[in-house]
Write a protein that binds this ligand. Structure first.
Ligand code: ADP
Ligand code: MG
Length: 394
């Protein structure tokens, strides 16, 4: 699960990390009001994606009047970039926060290191821009420091990160405390990613000292651990989620929406991945990842169909089932019930194999539905691609 920047910053602050507070508003008038106490300020689009600055979703306002104009322009805009996909994200609220003068921008992230079963600190003095680009063009500029999940964060790991960022004196100590807090947050709240981009070094204060400050924050959580964090689950913003993905989660279906035109309905995550691969192998594009699970009922299959059909990009459906625990006749029954109830106007390619396959095929054959049956996965993928190409009108 993903949360907004303002929520992430509050969380950071509750762990003692340095981040400015602000006011979240939904109208330009409210932004103007909020700016009265803090001009100059920055108006920032609150949507579940990065790259807001480049897309025009972050603006400086020197007066409350400028805050009105900036908020008026940002609210209602659609941020479209690589992270959002072609549909983009509608801005419904903005954060009004203090404009910070800073000397330089850095990148600091923490994620799970699957290879090492620990945590990974990612630090780069090339902050502000997309870290993925830096990692590609100049891998040396991105330091990766492992933190043991058993021993926890240790000071020397913080010092290595400080060296990678070129921090000295009090900044070095500030980074060590910040990373200690970040590790605690990551472990206690089951985060899958904490990203601060940019982490900035401020201009000197009255005593001539500069400080570290988190200007942006993204935090992702492991969905499987949400049950033990009701405080985090309460931060969920349904409006930011893909409606299909949300519906799928209510039916306990693993669904990820993609940009292609072949809807996939598969049992088992591995088979679902292989199905997407084979569609791509033959030149097609899957519209989604969908695993109905090993114990799908007819009602689950029906919900899955509805989700696939909601996507207007879907021009053909490829059902790829290998009956193991799940029996082919149960799936076939679910498909027939769903198809006759919802009415499917696009080609349906079915590949069934495994337990009770003959019974399952008979149910499909006798259903009167127009089904294109496939002998194996490759055959199914080819037929689905052909069907999407020429039969895709609905
Ligand atoms: P995104 O990563 O979505 O583009 P950021 O919060 O990182 O959004 O903002 C983009 C850029 O805007 C930052 O790199 C920074 O240069 C500037 N910025 C963001 N917040 C502030 C702030 N409070 N004060 C001054 N500049 C800011
Ligand atoms: Mg950023």
């Amino acid at each position: 699960m993903n949360i907004h920047e303002y929520q992430a910053k509050e969380l950071l602050r509750s762990y003692g990390m340095p981040a400015c507070a602000g006011v979240v508003v939904e109208t330009a008038e409210a932004a103007q009001e909020a700016a009265k106490g803090m001009a100059p300020c920055v108006i920032k689009a609150q949507v579940h994606c990065g790259g807001r600055g480049k897309a025009g979703g972050v603006k400086l306002a020197r007066s409350p009047e400028e805050a009105f104009i900036a908020a008026d322009g940002i609210l209602g805009m659609r941020i479209v970039n690589r992270q959002t996909g072609p549909r983009g994200r509608l801005v419904r609220k903005v954060l009004v926060t203090e404009a910070v003068n800073y000397r330089r921008e850095m990148y600091l992230g923490m994620t799970i290191d699957n290879e090492d079963a620990g945590l990974l600190i990612i630090a780069s003095s090339a902050g502000g821009t997309e870290i993925e680009e830096t990692a590609k063009s100049d891998p040396q500029a991105v330091a990766r420091i492992r933190v043991s999940a058993v021993a926890g964060f240790r000071r020397y790991e913080g010092l290595r990160a400080a060296a990678a960022l070129g921090l000295e004196g009090n900044l070095k100590e500030e980074l060590v405390s910040l990373l200690a807090a970040m590790t605690r947050l990551c472990m206690e709240k089951d985060c899958s990613l904490i990203e601060i981009n940019p982490l900035v070094e401020t201009e000197p204060d009255e005593e001539g000292r500069t400080h570290l400050l988190c200007l942006d924050a993204k935090v992702n959580f492991d969905d499987n651990a949400l049950f033990r964090h009701p405080d985090i689950a309460a931060l969920r913003d349904i409006e930011e989620e893909d409606p299909n993905e949300h519906k799928a989660s209510q039916f306990d279906l693993s669904y990820v929406s993609l940009d292609g035109d072949i809807g996939c309905l598969v049992n088992g995550a591995g088979l679902a991945m292989a199905t997407m691969d084979i569609i791509k192998r033959f030149g097609g594009e899957p519209a989604n990842f969908l695993d109905v699970g090993g114990s799908a009922t007819a009602s689950k299959v029906k919900a899955a169909f509805e989700i696939l059909l909601c996507d207007s990009n879907v021009k053909a459906i490829f059902i790829n089932i290998f009956g193991g625990i799940m029996k082919c006749d149960v799936i076939a029954q679910g498909v027939v019930e769903a198809a006759s109830e919802i009415g499917i106007g696009i080609p349906l390619v079915v590949r069934l194999d495994g337990t009770n396959v003959e019974k399952g095929r008979a149910i499909l054959r006798n259903s009167g539905l127009r089904i294109i049956s496939a002998s194996d996965m490759a055959d199914g993928a080819r037929k689905a691609i052909a069907a999407a190409r020429d039969g895709g009108s609905r």
